[in-house]
Design a protein around this ligand. Structure first.
Ligand code: HAM
Length: 429
């Protein structure tokens, strides 16, 4: 009796990155790492899994992320409540506190990797996605807020992206938000008849988020609501002015968006997003801001901080729109052989070529020359090295250039002594 096995598929909203696409990821990641190094940012890596309370406390109980998007479970072995990170910031801050990094000096750090949110998948919105997360910990002044934004502008320039717009706002300090909140709740109470169910549920717990509504029936109410900006005191305004003047120095345009509140509760003062029309409904490429209270909230010695995260899939989507991907070759040299002895010799020759820094694939198994050439061609290699019985007997190999750009003087094929092989290949590949 034959048994049939069912295919196991990837989870909804979680994408496989196949080799051709992965090559683009790696190129983009290399550009990003160089860009971050140019500003003195150092990489760090925190676990993907953390205690759930890190995120409920850090991100806020009444946020979409914590209320409905976290992958949380109870560890059956010790009953701990755990969550797959829905963002980096809380975990990065936890790690810096745990390792006493913030006692003596500030730190510029970054992390790249997957984060998880149980959202409804669509273009640019996934359940496992990747962030480039950048955090400047221990810095209080508007100079760093501005530097982060200038830095992002530079990345867009490096990548040739010119239609990403900056939206900016200030959320002030806690006491200013409290005064605004009281005024806002009064206003929402006066307009209760136009509030939808979600807004009514949130008006006392997170009234600011009520204004972030997409409900057309609530737009007029939201537009006329008391603005947090009008509640900012002189210090907050000076900080904001400090950011704006530095952006002007750098020639960076922005739109002041008083409705920009972001979906995480830890922010104060500067918040910003970079948005584009080229990604459909999910147009926010990057979001960030200042979070001066989070380090203390997570048990550390109070210290200011500011940062942002870029959605890697969205950035890649934008980048490949302007820079069509070129499939990277699997190797530079493809070794073809005929007969058992030649196959064994091929493995040794390939090691010598690798010693010289070449990337080499030796045809696996034994098949006819024709099918081996077909594979060599499909690999994208610049050159095939052929070891047949006659070549082997003479201590030679045939070198066949597979791509037009490597052929010189019309000579596509040549017989080369094995001890000359590295020299011949290295001069052209
Ligand atoms: P966030 O705005 O929640 O901020 O996410 C940052 C970026 O991640 C978004 O602008 C977007 O590009 C991308 N993103 C968010 N959700 C998805 C999704 N479901 N699928 C694909 N991409 C997505 C934060 O996470 C903050 N921790 C940023 C930060 C760092 N603030 C201060 N430091």
């Amino acid at each position: 009796m034959t048994q049939s096995f069912q295919k196991v598929r990837a989870l909804t909203g979680m994408k496989d990155v196949l080799p051709d696409t992965s090559a683009q990821w790696e190129t983009l990641e290399a550009i990003v790492r160089d860009w971050l190094a140019a500003y003195g940012y150092r990489n760090m890596r925190a676990p993907v899994l953390e205690l759930t309370r890190l995120f409920t406390r850090g991100i806020g109980e009444v946020t979409d992320i914590v209320e409905k998007e976290m992958y949380s479970f109870t560890d059956a072995l010790n009953n701990e409540h755990l969550t797959l990170r829905p963002e980096f910031t809380a975990g990065m801050v936890r790690a810096c506190i745990e390792h006493n990094m913030l006692y003596d000096r500030p730190h510029r750090v970054y992390a790249l990797g997957p984060v998880f949110r149980h959202e409804k998948p669509q273009r640019g919105r996934y359940r496992q996605f990747h962030q480039i997360d950048v955090e400047a910990l221990g810095f209080a002044g508007p100079d760093i807020d501005a530097e982060l934004i200038v830095m992002l502008q530079r990345l867009w320039k490096i990548l040739g992206l010119n239609d990403i717009r900056l939206e900016l706002n200030s959320l002030g300090q806690a006491h200013e938000r409290a005064a605004h909140r009281a005024a806002l709740i009064t206003y929402l109470e006066e307009h209760k008849s136009v509030l939808d169910e979600e807004a009514q549920r949130r008006m006392y717990t997170n009234p600011l988020r009520v204004l972030d509504t997409k409900n057309p029936a609530m737009q007029a109410m939201a537009n006329n609501a008391p603005r947090l900006f009008d509640f900012l005191g002189p210090e907050s305004l000076a900080h904001f002015e400090g950011v704006c003047s530095r952006l002007a120095d750098a020639g960076i345009e922005y739109r002041l968006n008083p409705r920009l509140v972001r979906g995480l509760d830890y922010y104060n003062l500067t918040v910003f997003e970079w948005v584009t029309d080229r990604l459909g409904a999910q147009g926010t490429v990057c979001g960030g801001g200042r979070y001066d209270g989070l380090i203390e909230l997570l048990g550390g010695k109070p210290a200011p901080a500011v940062g942002f995260a870029i959605g890697m899939e969205r950035l890649l989507d934008l980048w490949t729109q302007s820079q069509p991907p070129v499939a990277a070759p699997e190797c530079q040299v493809y070794v073809i052989h005929q007969g058992d002895a030649a196959q064994r010799q091929a493995a040794c020759v390939a090691e010598t070529l690798r010693d010289a820094g070449l990337s080499v694939i030796v045809h696996a198994g034994s098949s006819g020359f024709k099918s081996q050439f077909k594979r060599a061609d499909a690999s994208g290699a610049a050159v095939a090295v052929i070891l047949g019985e006659s070549e082997l007997a003479e201590g030679k190999a045939t070198v066949k250039w597979l791509r037009q750009e490597f052929i010189t003087d019309q000579v596509q094929q040549d017989v080369v002594a094995l001890d000359q092989l590295v020299n011949v290949l290295k001069t052209r590949v």
